[in-house]
Design a protein around this ligand. Sequence first.
Ligand code: HEM
Length: 410
Amino acid sequence: MLDDGYSDLSNHDSFADGVPHKTFDRLRREDPVSWTEGNGTAKGFWNLTRHADILQANKDYKSFSSGQGIRIEDQSHEEYMARRTFQETDPPEHSATRRAVNPLFAKQVVANFEELITQLAADIVDAALKKNEFDVVEEIAKQLPMLMLGRILGVPDEDLPWLVDKGDALIGNSDPDFTTHVVDQMDTEAYRLMPFRNPAGADLYAYAAEILSGHKQVGQDGILARMMQTQDMLDPLAFKNFFCLLVAAGNDTTRYSIAMAFHLLTQNPALVTQLKTGRYWDAVADEVIRLASPTMHFRRTAIQDCELHGKKILKGDKVLLWFISGSRDETVFKDPHTARLDRGANRHLAFGQGGVHVCLGMHLARLEVRIALEQFIKRIDTVEAIEAPNWTRSNFICGVKKLNLRVKVL
Ligand code: HEM
């Protein structure tokens, strides 16, 4: 669908050929707190598109709450209660679970995975480069996050492709390439109490139930085994939803960030040369993730009436924090749509920085993106795209889902 600067942000098709950046550019410039009309079944919502406004609202959880849902979808209280995770709560409720999981994803803890990630990435890249033409999303970008998620959760490798397919169906619930139950094209009422209103949620619940019953063994060092021993996960439903959250959050986001890195290399071959100097490895992951910003927004709900840039936001209104737009705000980033490895401090918002829900997996994601690229760059001479990338059909998650490359190996 053509992005003429006025794309309908409620329509998944507006994103099917890539993110409508002209629309976000215009909104930041002309209408930073814009309103998108509802469509009969769904209520309308506010769009915050400037860096400073997103940062401020994200900090202010007392005014902009996560406790009534974090996606555009309107949920009944019953649906919310059935599906919520700690991501859909505010402090102090949120803080208890966050405190329990934080140490498992701390920077120093994740740094211990460097050797493992390097080995996995080297094997994945070597296998891919046996051919000089291949789909880099399938062969590289998808593989590393999948294997790492398995290590972190402590689930067997043979289950991973199945788990990843289910995670794709959840997070890609508006894309017919990922699910038979496309959320805006068919009746998903039967799944309204399942994560993302999708039957894959039922399959993942069943898998989590097997872990709880002991029929499915998980590694004792993994997050699942450790979280099962905490107070927060005593309720089986809390554990099942936590499991679904990790399967959904830990995979596609990192995959689409790695895929964005390859897309950028094909767009701008000078990046290959720059990376080969070895000077930019500390900067590259954040710059790629800034431009990828795969979870484009999360929603908050206004707790009281307020006014922002002359617009009256009413109590109960849905307010979307468009991290993807804030991360390309021209008042913060020079050449916002260009990959620049010399930015210095990179204040992007792709991880929801500034808020209490700031991404739990960000250190892991950065490490995976950097190492996947390192292993690729040191083995190749040139890389080019054979055809244009395929993008996800979703106004929530964006990414390149297919990118055929031609590579000249060193
Ligand atoms: C480049 C990759 C990633 C991106 C761009 C990303 C993005 C985000 C964002 C924007 C949030 C904030 C949500 C909000 O404000 O409501 C978030 C939260 C979260 N992320 Fe990530 N994420 C990535 C990778 C991961 C990975 C690898 C994991 C786990 C293995 C993960 C697990 C989580 C969890 C559990 C939360 C909820 C934290 C909370 O509510 O306190 N993410 N992520």
